[in-house]
Design a protein around this ligand. Sequence first.
Ligand code: HEM
Length: 188
Amino acid sequence: MNNKTETNDLLQQNYSRVAIFLHWLIALMVMMNIVGGLLFSCNIILFSNQMLLHKQSGVIILALVIVRIIWRLSHEYPRLTGSIPASEEVLAKFGQLLLYFLMLTVPLSGLIFVQSAGHNPTFAGYHLPILMPFLTASDVPQLELLHTSLAIFFATLILGHTIAALKHHFIDKKRVLVRILPKFLRRE
Ligand code: HEM
């Protein structure tokens, strides 16, 4: 057995259907929301409810991320250990931890920012609790800056994460990307 086959054997275990569904649903919604937010900050308005959609989907992303984290902590996930060089594994784990952190903090900072500005988005028709009632309209510029900076950092990290996944797939020929793809897209 050559080295490539051995390391690929360690990657044979696929992600579960729920994990795959949550990964790609959240990935798609996050990327759309980042594009929507960036367009808005460049004053590019494509349709009248663009900001409303951004806020509502931010709240849905937050709810989905909470479900995903609970699922992650309560289920076994495929490991990377030994399948890629140790330095890349440390980087991948640190990157994934940061992605979870930003999946929570980007929508949370947005919610706190709009609540301080006096708007409270709804979830399933219900108003959300005011997360930081001690913040006021005078804090809005700093909160907006925080939300935007975190979102830019998030977009950069997603780009790095995507490039790494494509490198493992096309250059290293590892199953890292294949094992998180929906079954109908796996050609093997
Ligand atoms: C086209 C874009 C994307 C590609 C190609 C991609 C690819 C991948 C791959 C291959 C893995 C599995 C790594 C492994 O086997 O350990 C993974 C895991 C992960 N991805 Fe992505 N991803 C993308 C977008 C995103 C986005 C937008 C986010 C954040 C919202 C994200 C968050 C994560 C997280 C947190 C994990 C770790 C899952 C876990 O094991 O807990 N990904 N991604």
